[in-house]
Design a protein around this ligand. Structure first.
Ligand SMILES: [Fe+2]
Length: 272
């Protein structure tokens, strides 16, 4: 989440909130909640009728923040073991602290060993670019304002990724799509939502953690104020573009979640 925008992030929340939660007897429950991964299934209705890409499935993991929460490696590994998917997309925030590289890389490398399909990634606002070379050597392809043509058994489509738009302000959609043939399906990864109207057919993002600490009913009390409420979690639509904001896997600031389970998303491509 963006530490600069809301009141909770301007307060010394990292120091104060854990103490408050312990005093209230809620710390253990919050930690259990933060490990209680949900597998969410989402249909992306972005294909023309009869497309051979129908049924292609994308495993979407976001906001791992693994060095801050290494217990999640085992939890994610167990959760994805029975799943079938054609590719894995990682939408940023591998680390929690910008200056931590080795621990974040080690965690992602370990998790990547459990992923059984080609894996593509973008950087988030917590990520140093220094994580890219070792993770690319491990087989994760980063898209930093660039695109690739992804081959699947049902055909190919265009996958684009932009750099972080929150902390490093380095996103460049124009460069990411430069020279791209957008006649077919285009899927765009961006760590945090920005207003890219109709930039792609499908738009996958994260960053908000769905609020992470929510009131009953999933109403966020900590959120990224730059994103409209409807974009804080789950599926959304912008004209013809279908979007999905993942609640993320990890937790930031404090290792707790309330009324906002961490999620692993399986997106199935289907006809419009
Ligand atoms: Fe983020």
């Amino acid at each position: 989440m963006d530490e600069t925008r809301d009141l909770f992030h301007r307060l010394p929340v990292k120091q104060v909130l854990p103490r408050l939660l312990r005093l209230a007897g809620l710390a253990d429950r919050g930690l259990r909640n933060a490990l209680d991964l949900q597998v969410t299934r989402n249909r992306l209705a972005v294909l023309p009728p009869g497309s051979r890409l129908s049924g292609c499935t994308i495993l979407h993991l976001s906001d791992l923040h693994l060095e801050h929460f290494p217990e999640l490696i085992g939890a994610v590994t167990a959760a994805i073991a029975p799943l079938r998917y054609d590719m894995c997309l990682l939408t940023g925030d591998f680390a929690f602290r910008h200056n931590v590289v080795d621990a974040a890389v080690d965690g992602v490398r370990e998790l990547h060993e459990a992923i059984t399909a080609p894996t593509y990634a973008i950087l988030g606002n917590h990520d140093s670019i220094r994580i890219v070379p070792p993770l690319e050597r491990a087989g994760i392809r980063f898209l930093i304002n660039e695109h690739v043509r992804v081959e699947t058994s049902g055909g190919a489509f265009l996958l684009a990724g932009v750099d972080d738009c929150v902390h490093y302000r380095a996103s460049n959609l124009e460069r990411a799509l430069e020279g791209a043939d957008q006649d077919g399906l285009t899927v765009l990864m961006n760590h945090a939502h920005v207003e890219y109207r109709e930039a792609a057919d499908a738009y996958l993002t994260g960053h908000t953690h769905g609020g992470q600490i929510c009131l009953p009913g999933g109403i966020p009390i900590m959120s990224n104020a730059s994103a409209p409420r409807r974009l804080i979690s789950g599926a959304w639509r912008c004209v013809a573009m279908q979007g999905y904001t993942s609640r993320g896997v990890g937790a930031s600031m404090v290792r707790v979640r309330f009324n906002c389970r961490p999620e692993i998303v399986l997106h199935e491509l289907v006809a419009r």
